[in-house]
Design a protein around this ligand. Structure first.
Ligand code: FES
Ligand SMILES: [Fe+2]
Length: 332
C-alpha cells in the first residue's frame, strides 16, 4: 500500500521559551516571519510591512497588535490592520492587511503552518515520551541541506570516523548489526539490533542494558533516535528539522530521559558535553561537504543499499509512505 500525506503540516519552529515579550524574526518556508505573543495567543505574520517593507520584527508589541517601527501601523495576530497613526478618526481609509500564518504553542514548542480554514485541525508530532520522560530542549543551526542533515543523524556508518570515542570507536573490532526498515504512519524507521554494546563513551554512560535502538524519520522533517532496554525507552532524542533558507537549517533537539533515581537534570548535564561535541563534529562535516559541492551542479551523491535511511528520508519528507520491509546487515 502507498499513501501520500498531503495538506499543510504543522512545523515546530522554535522552543516556546525562546519567544518572550519582544517579537522574533525567523524564516519559514523561505519567507521572513515575525512571531509575537498577542495576548494569550501566538501570532505569526510576514515580516515585511506592506507600507514600505520595514521589518516588523524591529517594531514592538502594543497590546495584542504589533507596531511597525517606521510609521507605526499596527497589525493584530490575524494580520488585520488595527492602527494608522496620523489619520483623523473621521477619515475613511481602507485597512491594509498583511499575510498571517497559523501559529500555536503546544508541548513547549511553537508550531507554524500556512493558513488553512480550520486552524484546530492537523497533527503536531509530540512523542509519547513527552509525557513519561524528562525533557530538555536545545536549538542549533547547520548550513547544509535538510536531507543530508536528517541522514547524518540516522546514519550509523559515519560515527566511527566523525565521532571516534564519543559515539563509536575506531579501534574496537566491528560487530554485526541486524537492521530492519519498516514504514510508520508518517514515515519510516530502522530497527538496529547489535550483537554487542555500542563502543563509544555515550553508550557506556547511557547504554547499559540497551537491547536495541531505532532511528526514525517522520514527515515533514522530524528525526528520532531511541535507545530501548527490555523495559522501555531509556533515552530518546527527537530532532525537529526545518529548512530555513536554501542552505540553512534550524534544528530543535529534545532529549528525553527515563525518570529514575538519578534526576533528569543530572542525566542532561552528563549528556550535554558529548552531545555538544557530536553536534559540532556533525556540523563541521556537513557544512564542509555542502560547501564542497555548492559549485558542482553535476554532483550526484551515490546512494548505496548501505546508506540505509537515505531513500526513506527523501520519501518521508515528500510525504510518500509505502509499505516497507527491508532487512540488511551492517558491521558497526
Ligand atoms: S513601513 Fe511600516 S508603517 Fe510605514
Ligand atoms: Fe553524527
Amino acid at each position: 500500500m502507498s499513501t501520500t500525506l498531503c495538506g499543510s503540516p504543522w512545523t515546530a519552529v522554535i522552543a516556546a521559551k525562546t519567544l518572550k515579550r519582544k517579537p522574533l524574526s525567523i524564516y519559514f518556508q523561505q519567507q521572513p516571519v515575525v512571531l509575537f505573543r498577542s495576548g494569550d495567543h501566538i501570532a505569526a505574520l510576514l515580516d515585511r510591512c506592506p507600507h514600505r517593507g520595514a521589518l516588523l520584527s524591529a517594531g514592538k508589541v502594543c497590546g495584542t497588535s504589533l507596531q511597525c517601527p517606521y510609521h507605526g501601523w499596527q497589525f493584530d495576530g490575524s494580520g488585520r490592520q488595527t492602527g494608522f497613526p496620523g489619520i483623523p478618526e473621521t477619515a475613511k481609509c481602507p485597512a491594509f492587511n498583511i499575510k498571517a500564518f497559523d501559529a500555536v504553542e503546544d508541548s513547549g514548542l511553537i508550531w507554524l503552518r500556512e493558513q488553512v480554514p480550520d486552524a484546530d485541525t492537523g497533527r503536531r508530532f509530540v512523542p509519547a515520551v513527552h509525557h513519561s520522560h524528562t525533557c530538555f530542549t536545545v536549538a542549533a543551526s547547520i548550513n547544509a541541506g535538510l536531507v543530508d542533515i536528517a541522514e547524518n543523524f540516522l546514519d550509523a556508518l559515519h560515527t566511527h570516523f566523525i565521532h571516534p570515542g564519543n559515539i563509536r570507536s575506531q579501534t574496537h573490532q566491528r560487530h554485526l548489526c541486524e537492521v530492519t526498515v519498516t514504514q510508520v504512519e508518517d514515515g519510516y524507521q530502522a530497527l538496529y539490533v547489535e550483537t554487542k554494546q555500542q563502543s563509544g563513551l555515550i553508550s557506556r554512560l547511557f547504554g547499559q542494558g540497551i537491547s536495541h535502538s531505532i532511528g526514525r524519520i517522520r514527515h515533514p522533517g522530524i528525526a528520532e533516535i531511541e535507545y530501548h532496554s527490555n523495559t522501555g525507552i531509556e533515552l530518546s532524542v527527537v530532532i525537529y528539522l526545518r529548512q530555513e533558507t536554501g542552505q540553512r537549517c534550524q534544528l530543535i533537539f529534545r532529549n528525553y530521559f527515563r525518570r529514575r533515581i538519578i534526576p533528569g537534570w543530572l542525566q542532561q548535564a552528563a549528556l550535554a558535553p558529548f552531545q555538544y561535541l557530536a553536534l559540532k563534529q556533525d556540523k563541521h562535516i556537513l557544512e564542509s561537504s555542502a560547501n564542497n559541492v555548492s559549485n558542482c551542479p553535476d554532483f550526484h551523491p551515490i546512494i548505496s543499499r548501505y546508506d540505509v535511511m537515505r531513500p526513506y528520508i527523501e520519501k518521508a519528507l515528500q510525504g510518500q509512505i509505502d509499505d516497507t520491509h527491508e532487512q540488511l546487515q551492517l558491521m558497526l
